[in-house]
Write a protein that binds this ligand. Structure first.
Ligand SMILES: *[C@@H]1O[C@H](CO)[C@@H](O)[C@H](O)[C@H]1NC(C)=O
Length: 601
């Protein structure tokens, strides 16, 4: 199964290679160099340390440009790189594989008043910059301020490069030679390079970027252990309660049936209470069926999407792709999204179809509308957020402002992959899976829903239900947020997979309890309840993100705040749909199961 998936994804990557193209320089393509080959050092982005999404092009700071004759080329970026705001340009440093370079001048400049002001404020805002050498990232600070507040800038970069055979293995950079920033100061930017043989294997060269202490922290293990225990406990509890209660219910119904027949009165039936009462209504289509089918379809798509992306990452060493590389994760998410549109179409199409026993009973134009909703809903949401963020990014002129070519590529992927796959999925879903095979007949008249006590209000049930699934994932959320907002490479995908499975089980179990509770107060709108109950997990994650923003980060400014909440909102919306779909799956299994055990006279 996994192998097949991998092949499909690999194929899709090949197909979309024209769209998600990457032009690699010689040597960088296969990471192999012969002695004396040019090794390119790229300058990437600069920005304040605390605002990971406020990044500008390297030369937005008034650094002098490299010496004449060395062009400042711009490398064409992959989709993922562009979305992550990478902007690589040639540094003009002349590096040859295994050839040491003594201290050499790159360029000099005389600071004008304006340049001095720009550099000084960059140092005050703790600007860092990023370089890339053979896809290995290097970070450095622009300068430093001393105790008196006087700012200085580093002008010498000492590169120490490790190599093993034909490969570059590691890069160490030290910044030296602080020069006071003041008007009229003369800055000579210099570098030196030493090559040192290394014994580290090429495949392990990214290992030093992985923060084993952080991700392998006891808390991480403990939380996973805790969540697993919770799952065991919860499953036990749910099965115990439900099986006991259901057995009692069935016994009671059987007795009432007997009693009712024995006395020959209709009273037996009217005195019944509980979930059996709504048997004529539980399989009624949920309100706003089109919208609901679309949400459910997209949620199922995300369930598959996470599996594909995480599975692809775990299989990383097998196919030689590592997410530590620039933009890999984002690219794979986009490709996986486009492919899993098939799932969205299939599930939304079949879900919608099952409420119409014969094709003629379905108003002819409605299923196409459902399909369109499935195709458009999430992209439009993302587009709105991205559009807003892009305006801000353009205003600040950061590297996160999207190029027209990126927008065009994404639109092309959506148009030529997502859209057709959703249509195909819908058609298959309607014809193969959309059967109206409910165990109970639906009454022609809808039953009125009794007004229960306050604690039976569906909104309250939904809100309370989300707490447990959130409890099972919030530690992992901390690790994910930190890797996203705090410069850490997330690499513990096996943990993530485990937590994902735990989330599935916990969501399904808690939703089943919520649905049982709701049906018992004779409210039959269980489909929306199961969606909302499980989906409310995402609401708690959003609340947690506000806490994280306020307490764990030091982000400032409109741009970073907008990016933080914009991205988090999209993430939570996706999580909402994913969890919601889980809830509906659990709820449907449960409802079908209990009502098919019921004997309706
Ligand atoms: C880079 O720095 C690390 C830690 O200081 C050291 O162990 C390693 O040998 C250095 N590598 C090179 C190529 O200088």
């Amino acid at each position: 199964m996994m192998a097949a998936c991998r092949r499909v994804v690999a194929f899709a990557l090949l197909v979309s290679a024209g769209l998600v193209h990457r032009v690699a320089e010689a040597g960088e393509r296969n990471h192999k160099y012969a002695e004396g080959d040019e090794v390119t050092l790229w300058v990437n982005k600069v920005g304040p340390y605390h605002n990971p999404h406020e990044t500008y092009e390297y030369y937005d700071l008034p650094f002098c440009k490299p010496v004449e004759g060395v062009e400042t080329r711009r490398r064409s970026n992959s989709l993922g790189e562009q979305l992550e705001g990478h902007e690589l340009m040639n540094s003009g440093y002349l590096l040859s594989f295994t050839k040491d370079v003594a201290k050499t001048k790159v360029c000099s400049m005389k600071l004008s008043a304006e340049d001095a002001k720009t550099f000084a404020s960059a140092v005050d805002n703790r600007y860092w910059y990023q370089l890339y050498l053979d896809d290995l990232p290097i970070w450095g600070m622009v300068g430093e301020a001393d105790e008196t507040g006087a700012q200085s800038i580093y002008t010498h970069r000492k590169l120490s490069l490790g190599y093993n055979g034909p490969n570059v293995i590691e890069v160490n950079m030290t910044s030296e030679n602080l020069v006071r920033i003041e008007e009229g100061a003369n800055l000579d930017f210099t570098y030196e390079v030493t090559w040192i043989p290394s014994t580290t294997a090429f495949a392990n060269r990214f290992d030093r970027y992985l923060d084993v202490d952080f991700f392998g922290h006891q808390i991480h293990w403990l939380s996973i252990f805790n969540s697993t225990m919770m799952v065991v406990f919860l499953c036990g509890l749910v099965s115990l309660i439900l099986f006991r209660t259901l057995r009692n219910d069935f016994a009671r119904y059987a007795k009432e049936d007997l009693g009712g027949h024995a006395t020959g009165s209709e009273h037996g039936i009217s005195e019944e209470s509980g979930w059996k009462q709504v048997h004529g209504d539980v399989f009624r289509a949920p309100l706003h069926l089109m919208f609901f089918s679309a949400l459910y379809g997209i949620g199922c798509q995300f369930l598959a999407l996470v599996l594909v992306v995480v599975g692809w990452a775990i299989a990383g060493p097998l196919h030689g792709d590592v997410y530590e590389e620039r933009g890999e994760l984002v690219t794979s998410v986009i490709v996986a999204y486009a492919l899993t549109c098939l799932v969205a179409g299939y599930t939304s199409g079949s879900y919608y179809r099952q409420f119409f026993p014969t094709p003629r009973s379905e108003q002819s134009s409605q299923w196409q509308k459902t399909m369109l909703l499935t195709v458009f809903l999430f992209p439009v949401l993302v587009l709105t957020v991205v559009f807003g963020l892009n305006i801000i990014a353009e205003y600040y002129d950061t590297t996160h402002a999207l190029h027209l070519s990126t927008i065009f590529k994404i639109f092309a992927i959506w148009l030529f992959v997502s859209l057709p796959l959703t249509v195909v999925g819908t058609l298959f879903g309607r014809h193969w899976a959309g059967k109206a095979d409910f165990p109970c007949r639906i009454n022609s008249m809808a039953r009125p829903i009794p007004l229960g006590p306050w604690y039976t209000h569906p909104a309250l049930i939904a809100a309370v239900t989300g707490i447990l699934p959130f409890g099972s994932i919030f530690i992992e959320m901390y690790f994910i947020f930190t890797s996203f907002w705090n410069y850490k490479f997330y690499y513990v995908y096996h943990f993530l997979l485990l937590v994902y499975l735990i989330l599935m089980v916990v969501s399904i179990c808690t939703t089943i309890v919520a649905v049982y509770f709701l049906l018992n107060v004779e409210n039959y709108h269980w489909q929306w309840l199961s969606f909302m109950a499980s989906g409310s997990t995402a609401g708690y994650v959003f609340l947690y993100s506000i806490y994280y923003f306020a307490v764990k980060t030091q982000m400032t400014g409109l741009l970073q705040t907008a990016f933080y909440f914009g991205y988090t909102f999209v993430f939570c919306a996706g999580l909402f749909l994913l969890c919601g779909a889980l809830g509906v799956i659990g709820g449907s299994l449960f409802v079908r199961r209990i009502y098919s055990g019921l004997k309706i006279d």
